[in-house]
Design a protein around this ligand. Structure first.
Ligand SMILES: *Cc1c(COP(=O)(O)O)cnc(C)c1O
Length: 390
């Protein structure tokens, strides 16, 4: 019989029934240290008291009303995001791919309204990941995601990540925007060179293009600042956020300057669920916690500590670990043995991690992680890497 849950994932044969902080308990009674965080989603860990409280309080009031009415939670979360970023305005949706869809539609509409309807193409990076909808698999351009789903949506030009000359060569009279992840996540924790990312801003200005940052994975504190662009001294025109934004509740957001978003008038875009009261209760609480004094500094400190300990580990097992990469608490180990095999072994030893492209194991702990949990993770990593060291 065909599986009742459509078999689109290669799932590990394990299920969790309870979580607390950085730990998860499986239905068969085992405890795991969670350096997976639902793929960079559970930014405040599991069962964060303020998040639980906010969601329960909102659940007792009203869950959903639709976007045909004002949603006060959206107005509050948008105001907080606007105050904390380059953006003037925010559209709420439910996922990262939807946030990117909004960004792509906005880029087309921006040029259309300016009398340049021929400008619709978007330059993206090879190895990028922007989601699994028809438009976002075309944006990512990866054969493994596109195969069998032809024809790919038209309008994306893929260039090597980090090479400004090839990017400039790809700009033509039909180019509308440049779309990049400041740190490629699914691609293997590949951090964009800060100088390259800054030059993208200058290049976009030179050619009248919009600069779109996909901060679905890098955003919401993951790299040590609220958004990764804030470490660069430049800002995009449009930015997609999701993953960590709801702390585990599905929330996506597309942030933009007023100039970029000018065409997004009533009727131009929409989402039934986007930014409903429950989602906004979660997002507002996550934002409040992250913007409190010391939270982002803690991410930076824990990221530096984890990085130092991983560098020491890598030096001890050079036959297994080729490189430690990443920014803040978005770290990766590029391996010389199969990453999926290591992820399985680490899980057997009680540590959850995430595989990524380029044979990388991603370490994405909750941003609330402490020193003791980092040491506990290192103990499991050392033991597990010891098992496979020739
Ligand atoms: C996860 C991810 C997406 C897609 O988000 P979904 O919520 O799965 O649609 C897009 N871009 C980046 C950089 C991501 O990491």
């Amino acid at each position: 019989m065909f599986p009742v849950v459509m078999p689109t994932y290669a799932r590990a044969d394990i299920a969790f029934e309870r979580g607390e902080g950085a730990y998860l308990w499986s239905t068969d009674g085992r405890r795991f240290l969670d350096f997976h965080s639902g793929v960079a989603v559970n930014s405040l860990g599991h069962g964060h008291p303020r998040l639980v409280g906010a969601l329960i309080a909102q659940a007792a009031k009203v869950w959903h009303t639709s976007n045909l009415f004002r949603v006060p939670g959206q107005e509050r979360v948008a105001a907080k995001l606007v105050a904390a970023t380059f953006a003037d305005t925010v559209f709420f949706c439910n996922s990262g791919a939807e946030a990117i869809e909004c960004a792509l539609k906005m880029a087309r509409k921006h040029h259309y309204d300016a009398g340049r309807p021929e400008r619709y193409r978007v330059i993206t990076a090879i190895g990028a990941f922007h989601g699994r909808t028809l438009a976002t698999i075309a944006a990512g351009g990866q054969e493994k995601h596109l195969k069998g789903f032809a024809p790919a949506m038209e309008g994306f030009d893929h260039v090597p990540f980090g090479n400004l000359n090839t990017l400039r060569d790809a700009i033509g009279p039909e180019t509308a925007a440049i779309l990049v992840e400041p740190v490629q996540g699914e691609g293997g924790i590949i951090a964009g060179d800060p100088d390259y990312l800054r030059r993208l801003r200058a290049t976009a200005d030179e050619f009248g293009l919009l600069l779109i940052f996909d901060e679905v994975q890098t955003g919401m504190g993951r790299t040590g600042s609220l958004f990764a662009y804030q470490q660069l001294g430049i800002a995009p025109d449009i930015m997609a956020a999701a993953k960590g934004l709801g702390g585990g509740f599905p929330v996506g957001a597309c942030l933009a300057t007023a100039a970029a978003a000018a065409g997004m008038t009533a009727g131009s875009h929409g989402s039934t669920f986007g930014g409903n009261p429950l989602a906004m209760a979660a997002a507002e609480t996550v934002l409040d916690v992250m913007l409190e004094d010391g939270f982002l500094a803690h991410v930076g400190a824990m990221g530096a500590l984890l990085r130092t300990r991983l560098d020491t580990l890598a030096a001890a097992v050079p036959a297994v670990i080729e490189e430690v990469r990443g920014v803040g608490l978005m770290l990766g180990l590029k391996l010389r043995v199969a990453n999926t095999d290591m992820v399985a072994r680490l899980m057997d030893n009680g540590l959850l991690t995430v595989p990524a492209g380029d044979n990388v194991v991603r370490l994405l702990p909750p941003l609330t992680i402490g020193e003791a949990e980092i040491e506990a993770a290192l103990a499991i990593l050392s033991r597990t890497f010891g098992e496979v060291t020739p």
